[in-house]
Design a protein around this ligand. Sequence first.
Ligand code: UDX
Length: 450
Amino acid sequence: MKSQGLVGVVGAGYVGIATATVLASWGLATVLVENNPDRFALLGERRIPFFEPELEKVLVEVAESGTLRFSRTLEDLADADVVLVCVGTPPTATGALDLMALEQVVERLVEVARRGAVIVIKSTVPPGTTTRLAGVVATRRPDLPLVSCPEFLQEGSCLDDVRRPSRVVVGGADATACRKVAALFAPGGAPVIITDATSAELVKYGANAFPATKISFVNELSHFCDLVGADVTVVAAGIGADPRIGPAFLRAGLGFGGSCFPKDVHALEDLGASLGYQSLLLKACSEINAQQKDRVVAKIRDALGGTLRGRRVAVLGVAFKPGTDDLRQAPALDVVGKLIAEGALVAATDPVAAPGPPELPREATFVADVYRCIEGADALLLATEWPEYRSLDWERVRSLMHGNVIVDGRNFLDGVRLVELRFDYHGVGRPALSRPTSRSDDAAGPGPAR
Ligand code: UDX
């Protein structure tokens, strides 16, 4: 540990907490700095401000062992050899990124950092930012190298993603500083790519824009499937089996949400626009993603006979994906807003997230108990594929609902079984299923709806 000295991590979000916890678990003395009083108080109680049970467990261990400490001020990083800046870079109302928190941290580090300390930008920033900030820092503290080391963690698996990353990318003008940062993550055993800061920053955007585009691509195919009566889950399995394509991120449905994909696709498109380049691909990626929500609303409307006015819709799952309580850019919330705009009466539920206004529109109700949420519903929308929703007591659901329409926004439920229970089942990009009504048809089992 002594060879690395003290490590500072700034910002107790997903990236900061996961990174600090993992570095501490590898035996590095680490200080996590968080200036938000509520978040800081929570860390003092060995708790984290979001749902990541595994991460919290290890944080408790390293905090109790004293390897990880918490602080509210950057002054406590005066002895750090390396400082990893993991503060948020949220989008502003115009869509541009707000780099204020990041710039303030760098500014303060210029005042307090020890001689030769390496400042690492882990926050996602537009390509060119680290080089620009390095230029500013160099005018006052030429001894402080700045490097970019983007994070690739996914919510729900933060801990493992930092412990065993697929690669470590470090970019900067000072090769020694880059190697020092790469060495921090050596216990993870990942291949290392050392490059310039702007290329490293662009790796991050590319690594998010590509899977986002893959999702929009499969969602585009799901549209074709609806038009020609094919099943996108089979089509996706068929194309994903090609090793050049791969099966990951080919699940059609309500589209991507979260704090990264929507923001980063827009940011990259905006970067192009600011440089005089219109990215047709990224524009289409975002537009297809938006279109998916309208398509699912149309499916519910059609299944309910052409209008949503006064109809009750139960929305299962509001988190942007299972395994997290994060509501940022959650497709479910977007859909709830659209349903309400068309006059539907919406009740939503989630096993972990508990949204209130402003995330959830005031007109919608949140009901923690899934069965109470479903009571009296004309239609049920599966918006987030929490595993527990697959194993609901569907007979009970059928008896609680007023109607029998299920729209599976994630192609997650067992449609054939649901039809046996007299539901009408509608997926995304696959033929709808309903139970034939006549006795003779009955013998033939479930068939395509209408
Ligand atoms: C993402 C990146 O994967 C990660 O590398 C980056 O560091 C941060 O952004 P995360 O936001 O945690 O991670 O979510 P991810 O699991 O990638 O899913 C993003 C969204 O895509 C979710 O809304 C998910 O429901 C959706 N998705 C994912 C699909 O619609 N279809 C798929 O096949 C996969």
